[in-house]
Design a protein around this ligand. Sequence first.
Ligand code: AHR
Length: 500
Amino acid sequence: MTIITLHPDFRIGPVDRRVFGSFVEHLGRCVYTGVYEPGHATADEHGFRGDVAALTKELGVTLVRYPGGNFVSNYVWEDGVGPVEDRKPFLDLAWRTVEPNVVGTDEFLQYCEREGLEPMMAVNLGTRGVAEAVALLEYCNGEAGTKWADMRIANGREEPYGVKLWCLGNEMDGPWQIGHKDAHEYGKLAAEAGKAMKLTDPSIELVACGSSSMQMDTFGSWERTVLSYTYDIVDHISMHAYYEELDGDRASFLGSGTAMERFVERVVASADAIGAEKRSDKRITISFDEWNVWYLTSRFPGESNLPIQRDAPRIIEDRYSGLDAVVVGDLIVTLLRHTDRIAIGCLAQLVNVIAPIMTDPDGAAWRQTTFHPFAAAARLATGEALQVKVDTDTIATAKHGVVPAITAAATIDPDTGALALFVTNRSDQEQTVTLRHPGATARIDGGTAVLADHEGARETQEHAEAYTPVDALPVEQGNGTITLRLAPESWTAFHGAMEL
Ligand code: AHR
């Protein structure tokens, strides 16, 4: 028996809607034949696919990180602006793909404007440095009368874009990164680039690269060293994490949200340790700018084993199962339980590449299973996150040790009293949950659930297209008690109301 307790006075803090971000990288078919495909039946006058834009809206994405990822670490942004017919292709070494430079900074930022998405730009601190980062910022945000701002205007865009969020490179701790650096080299460069960028535009927010995963040998010391150089300059530190089911170890895979939670707590501890040493009142927040299920170990041959390709090759087009959708829902539970420290989240990526949205070139766009939990949470999680107390059984896992059988996050809208409750059942048995709400009346009006399925289901488009969330199991309520039932291996989004 599990007891979940909610109290309207016990709040974590406002849900930063930027936590429902995603990621568009020049990788495989994310850009070309993904978001962008001139000549497609649904393409707008700028060449962007209308069917993908409509699904992005339905998904509820609030911001998009761009242009990489590993791609950014050898990207020459100047090659992607100006008249398209003058742009030259280049060989992107991150993904060993010829980048045609047809979509670049202006196309992306104007797409975001048209679609109501907040852009999050990354600068190249792999093969390039302070000057090029400042030039790109000035190109995007500068007023007329300086070289780079005037170049933007000459390219047809008068108004500054006002891009607020900037990543200082990508995964610079990773030996695979073009221009990889050790923590001291990167920390000094990020501090200098960040300082110059804030002198150019003090209104921006900066993200320093944290570890590429908690499994990196340098994890922990990387954060401490980088923040010892950048603490006063940056606003956020990045986190990246991908999870997969390995060797049929379902229990560990279903416990991924707990691994993510420990990762968050350790990064927060590392950041706060530097803050304490500096006697600083400033709190660094987290930009979890890459997270997802990715069959990285079992299905991806590794970047350096990719042949050199052109014309938007199919790279990392993972197909997802119901089980993957449950885990994605549970990862969202972790993000929402830490809204006090996680300011930004990006489901990596948006289209075709480990993505909730898939496309056929010259054909249809469709939802993967993982689309559904993200869309439900993005729709319902507004207002403030509540501190949710979950008293539940535990499950022993090979990879993460003991993890809770049931996890939960909740939000309440202070204006309307709308309550959202997200609950994962990691066990293979149906579970009954008593929902306690001392100090306030509450009700649950309904819910939708994503359910795990079994082996073999993840491989086909037909399965993904047929997969839809189901109604939550019936809720019993009356006399001040609410009883929820959770299907085995499921993630459920309940909606209701709570008196404030
Ligand atoms: O999202 C795919 C890749 O994963 C990104 O390019 C990189 O940052 C990470 O390793």
